[in-house]
Design a protein around this ligand. Structure first.
Ligand SMILES: Cc1ncc(COP(=O)(O)O)c(C=O)c1O
Length: 378
């Protein structure tokens, strides 16, 4: 059996609907900021119980717009060192200074303790990233720390479509949340992003920023330094159709993750992240941490070549403070992130995965770990 690293799921009906809508969009010429964008925003807001949602051209743009709306220029913004470069790029482009913080090994994300260790007198905001789709179960402590110090909490929820903790949706823990619709994400529009917020001021500012800082779509009065951050109608209709499957995708992913959980718990040499009862992890990534000493490259090679299983990309392979582009922003060592980034792997998990595929992945993973151990002992 061959299990690919990722599979993007659009049914024949979805493709037909998108094709027909594309025909209509090209016929009418209503190509941007039209009815499909409004529908997509409304459906996304409903799914995340958000008062406002604004569709934009990417997840990076969504985060930059939030940070610009908060005017963090000249301040320090704490970001986890374990995140995608775009998190820190958005901070830089919004005119702030990224300060890298370590992460909690149980969640791969920031915690109150790791943020406290990174605070500076000039800290204005914190960007919490829900790694792999998991809203950190200790998020309330971070919310409290930020509130006590009058620091703004922003969620980079690029991974976390449909995620929930204690009955609340991703994007509702801070002042605003940004989502990505990049092709590998749970819901995709090809390219795209979404801002969710309950703050009318951020909502208004985001509408202006995404369309070249214009006070209104039809006018030509520019009131802020915006950009071409609009989402096209072709992307919006794709995202709108895909979003209808969110609950079904979550159910499949939860079912497969439960199979993986049981398989990993039965192994000696690997551990996994834990989810509180009642919470929803969308398992954008299913993270496994093999014991220290396991050669990740060899494990991946063995899985692919002997078992036909391609692992999904890591989150993340290297922490940002060790990336060449951020050399000027790196402080000292951030040992937890350095360790988990170097060791973890992500099992493939698709929104249409079968139990047979999951069982093949789990059995292959166990066999590959054992074979590496045997090689090591020889
Ligand atoms: C954590 C994180 N933040 C931001 C982004 C940026 O999203 P996009 O690629 O849509 O700009 C990504 C995505 O790919 C991401 O994984």
């Amino acid at each position: 059996m061959h299990v690919p690293a990722a599979r993007i799921v659009f049914s024949a009906d979805d493709r037909a609907e998108i094709a027909s809508a594309t025909n209509e969009i090209l016929t009418t010429g209503a190509l941007t900021l039209g009815a499909h964008t409004k529908d997509f925003e409304a459906a996304f807001a409903t799914a995340h119980e958000a008062p406002f949602a604004v569709a934009v051209s990417s997840g990076t743009a969504a985060l930059e717009i939030i940070l610009r709306s908060l005017d963090v220029r000249g301040t320090d913004v704490i970001v986890p060192t374990n995140t995608f470069a775009a998190t820190a790029f958005a901070v830089l482009r919004a005119g702030a200074n990224p300060v890298f913080a370590d992460v909690n090994p149980d969640t791969f994300a920031l915690s109150a303790a790791t943020v406290a260790a990174a605070l500076t007198p000039n800290t204005r905001a914190v960007v919490l990233v829900h790694i792999g789709g998991l809203i950190p179960p200790d998020v309330d402590e971070l919310v409290r720390l930020c509130a006590e110090r009058d620091i703004l909490l922003v969620e980079d929820a690029a991974h976390a479509h449909g995620g929930r903790h204690a009955g609340r949706a991703a994007g509702s823990f801070g002042v605003a949340g940004s989502f990505s619709f990049y092709p590998t994400k749970l819901i995709t529009s090809g390219e795209g992003g979404m801002i969710v917020t309950s703050d009318p001021a951020i909502h208004e500012a985001a509408l202006v920023y995404r369309d070249q800082g214009k006070a209104g779509f039809l006018g030509n009065v520019h009131i802020s330094e915006g950009y071409a951050w609009r989402m096209s109608e072709l992307h919006a209709v794709t995202g709108k159709v895909h979003l209808r499957h969110l609950d079904e995708f979550l159910a499949t992913r939860t079912r497969i993750a439960a199979r993986y959980d049981a398989a990993i718990d039965a192994l000696e040499g690997a551990s996994r992240l834990r989810l509180p009862a009642g919470d929803v992890n969308n398992y954008y990534k299913y993270i496994v941490v093999p014991r220290p000493g396991v050669d990740r490259a060899r494990l991946k090679k063995e899985l692919k070549e002997r078992h036909g299983v391609s692992l999904s990309g890591e989150v993340y392979e290297a922490p940002l403070h060790q990336q060449p582009v951020f050399t000027g922003y790196a402080g000292g060592a951030l040992p937890v992130a350095e360790d988990i980034c170097a060791r973890h792997v992500c099992l493939p998990l698709h929104s249409d995965m079968t139990d047979a595929e999951a069982d093949h992945v789990a059995a292959s993973f166990a066999a590959a770990l054992t074979s590496l151990d045997l090689d090591g002992a020889a």
